[in-house]
Structure formats: C-alpha cells, structure tokens
Design a protein around this ligand. Structure first.
Ligand code: GDP
Ligand code: MG
Length: 435
C-alpha cells in the first residue's frame, strides 16, 4: 500500500503545471521589464512568446513554486537567445587578421588595445594597426595604448588610404614575425556611406579571419539599428559590447543578438586595458533579469494569480459548480503553502468552520490519490460515481473502498454546506435589497 501511495504522490508531483492564466499575466510583466532593460520591443515580444511556449504545461515540482520556475524559464530562454555558449574569436592565418568596425566613440580604439593585450597574454606576437586616417590624434591614442601594453603599433602618417595601410601592415607583420594583426579603423558619428564603403573595401582587400563590430551598449535601441546596418554591409563575425560598466542595462545584448543573429564575443567594462571580458550569455541573462527586476515582477504576478484563483473558486461555489478538479486545485495550493488550515481559509466561509479542527497533512494523501484515479468526467461530475466506479477508484489509488466512500460523503457534506451558505447569503442579499 505504501508503495502505491508513493507512486501516486510521484505522479501527482509531476502533474501540477503552470496554467494559462498564470502565464498570460506574467508574460505581460516580463515583456515590460525587458523593454525597460532596453530590449527592443519586437525582440521582447519574440522572447516572451518563446517563454510562454516553454512555460505552458511545464511540470511543477512541489519544492519549486511556479513563480520560481517561471524565473528559471525566463533565465534559460534569455541565455539561449544570446547564444547559449560563449563564442571565441577565430585566430587563423599567417598572420591572423582581426578587423574592427563601428561608429566613432563606440570604443574601438580602446578595445583594440584590450584585445591586443589579451592576445599577447596568450603568447602571440601581436601588431596593432592605426587605420583611422581622419584624426591624427587617433594614431597617437593607439600609440599610447600600445606602449602601455607593450604591443607595437603600425601607422603611416602621410597615407590616407586605409586599404593600402592595412595591406602594408600585413606585409610588415609577415616580415617581422607578427602572428596576429589587429586593425583599428575610423568611425563616424552616425552611419555614413563613405565610412561603409571604406570598411567594406578594407575587408575585401585583406580577408580577415575575424571582423568584429564594436558598439556602445549605452546607446540602447540605436545600437540595434547600427548593428543591423553594419551587418548588412560587412557580414561581421561577432559583436563587442562596450561601456557595460556604466548604467547600461544590457538589453542591447539581447536585441542585437536576436536581430543580426551574430554572437557577442566580448564585453568591455571600463577604460583600463584589463577591463575586457569574454561574453557569457548566462551572466548577461542574470544582468538583464536583475536590471529589469523580473524576479520580483514574476513573484507579484504569481501572487495575483493566487488571488484570481481564489476568486474563480468563490464564483464556482456560488454557482454550485465546485467539483473534484477544484478540490484538487485547492489541495495543490495547500501543498504550496505547506499547511492544510491555510487551504481551508481559502475556501470562503470555511475558515470559521475549520478553526478548531486539527488536521495533519498526511491525512490528505489518500484523498489526493483517489481524486487522481478519477477520470476527467468523474472529477467534473461527482454524481457519476456509482458503486463499481468507486471500487475501481479504491483499486487504482491503493486505498480501501471505505476511504473512497468517506471521501464521497465528506465531499457531499462540503457541497451541501456551500449550498447552504449560498442560500443564506442570497437571502440576506435579497432582504437587504428589499429593505
Ligand atoms: P572609438 O572612437 O570607437 O575609437 O572609441 P574610443 O576607444 O576612443 O572610446 C571613446 C571613449 O569611450 C573614450 O573616452 C574611452 O575611454 C571610452 N571607453 C571606451 N570603452 C569604454 C568602456 O568599456 N567603458 C567606459 N566607461 N568607457 C569606455
Ligand atoms: Mg578610435
């Protein structure tokens, strides 16, 4: 008997699932939180649709509340949407060439220095190339960084042709035993046709093993549009998200990844040369979750769901439609709260009646097993339960026929009591109206 009960409880545990009402309310809140975290609206909608699919019908272990489970689902989906695993850059060729692109001020030059330092620490002989031919100060900026990290910087002060400079730099690298060449380019303040043509020309002339698009995460929605334009022209290999040390909310990571379908490979979190990190989708998911405060939103939505459920039950009682499904639903609720008296408190009018009754939680285990053994129709329509069906229930749930009969009696009494309370409140209401 005990074995059978255990099995019944196990299936029971597996059967609780996140319901539709629950999800709908939560999804709306999550979408708002994502938009607050700078995720593009269209992307937020796609994400939440996926979350909804993932959440519907997922099993709820009694140890985890549906709210916590939702958070986990959201976290998993965000991680997955940002690429799941971290992706490294491809360093291939002799020399391997890495080309940087992006708008002015996005952090290209700073990142060039960081990347050079990173590659150098891997034991590779590295060359930085200054290809920003419009601002002489840009060459100096790169030289200062190069000196700081001990990496040579190639530049041609008089030459204004970035294609030539990069070709010459690669020749120079070959002759001087440099294994990795990092090319820093010029950007404009906004997307600009000449800049695009120039970087396209550099890319096709030198055929880099890695073309990276550098973008300022603080620019929010604009970051997505810029990424799309650059990707349409350059078909880059990866994204570098900079300035994540500020109050950027990180939502750009999700939007960019979703819109251009290219992995984010690095994040930059400061002006210092060591403030470079590989991009970990799970950590970014945490950041977005934390920033949008999705966790508390989910919890609030969960609470709302509980209230809605209580109202729904109350309505069913009023219409004399309380059935075994509702009864089981109520049992689920107690288990979540861990206390049977609390459940009774949730059934309107029951809290007073149950005040002095001592009930231990195990008392309900056979009850649950019996209800689980009922068919859908039987649960919705308890009057169907004749003698032979009751015998079947006892067998299926590993209980005695007497226990099934007791449950039926109790359930009947409960319904009668509810009916009486209904009549009472209706008469009262009626009298009150007549006065
Ligand atoms: P470029 O025009 O794309 O080459 O951009 P720069 O590398 O010159 O950077 C523009 C400004 O942003 C500079 O003042 C940098 O110090 C700053 N910057 C770059 N990356 C970061 C970062 O990750 N965090 C912060 N806080 N500032 C950064
Ligand atoms: Mg620069």
């Amino acid at each position: 008997l005990s074995n059978k009960l255990d099995r019944a409880i196990k299936t029971l545990k597996g059967q609780g699932s996140i319901s539709e009402i629950n999800v709908a309310a939560t999804i709306k809140e999550i979408r708002r939180a994502l938009v607050d975290a700078d995720v593009n609206y269209k992307v937020a909608k796609e994400v939440t649709d996926k979350i909804k699919d993932a959440a519907m019908g997922r099993d709820v272990l009694t140890a985890v509340s549906p709210g916590q489970l939702m958070v986990k689902i959201v976290y998993d989906e965000l991680t997955e949407l940002m690429g799941g695993e971290k992706k490294d850059i491809v360093i291939k060729g002799d020399p391997a060439v890495i080309l940087l692109s992006g708008l002015q001020g996005s952090g290209k030059t700073t990142f060039a220095g960081k990347l050079a330092s990173y590659v150098k620490r891997q034991g590779r002989n590295t060359l930085l190339v200054a290809c920003d031919v419009y601002r002489p100060a840009a060459i100096d900026q790169l030289k200062v960084l190069g000196e700081q990290i001990g990496v040579e910087v190639y530049s041609e002060v008089e030459n204004k042709n970035p294609v030539e400079i990069s070709r010459n730099a690669i020749d120079y690298a070959r002759k001087n035993g440099k294994k990795v060449v990092i090319i820093d380019t010029a950007g404009r303040l906004a997307v600009d046709e000449q800049m695009m043509r120039e970087i396209e020309a550099v890319k096709s002339a030198i055929n880099p093993s890695e073309t990276l698009f550098v973008v300022d995460s603080m620019t929010g929605q604009d970051a997505v549009n810029t990424a799309k334009t650059f990707n349409d022209r350059l078909n880059f290999d990866g994204v570098v998200l900079t300035k994540l040390d500020g109050d950027s909310r990180g939502g750009a990571a999700l939007s960019i990844r979703a819109v251009v379908e290219k992995p984010i490979k690095f994040i930059s979190t400061g002006e210092k040369m060591d403030a470079l990190d590989l991009f970990y989708p799970d950590r970014m998911a945490q950041r977005i979750l934390g920033m949008g405060d999705v966790i508390s939103l989910v919890e609030r939505a969960q609470q709302q769901f509980d209230e809605d459920e209580a109202k729904r039950i109350e309505k069913k009682i009023r219409k004399n439609q309380f059935d075994f499904n509702d009864f089981l639903g109520q049992l689920e609720q107690i288990k979540k709260m861990g206390n049977i008296k609390d459940l009774m408190g949730m059934i309107p009018g029951m809290s007073k009646a149950m005040k002095d009754v001592e009930i231990d939680d195990d008392a309900f285990k056979p009850v649950e097993a019996i209800i689980r053994s009922m068919t859908k129709q039987e649960r919705a329509n308890p009057d169907l339960l004749n003698a032979s069906r009751k015998r079947r229930l006892a067998k299926g749930s590993g209980t005695e026929l007497q226990q099934v009969n007791d449950l039926m009696k109790q359930f009947d009494q409960m319904r009668q009591m509810m009916r009486k309370m209904n009549k009472l409140s209706q008469t009262k209401g009626g009298l009150a109206q007549m006065q």
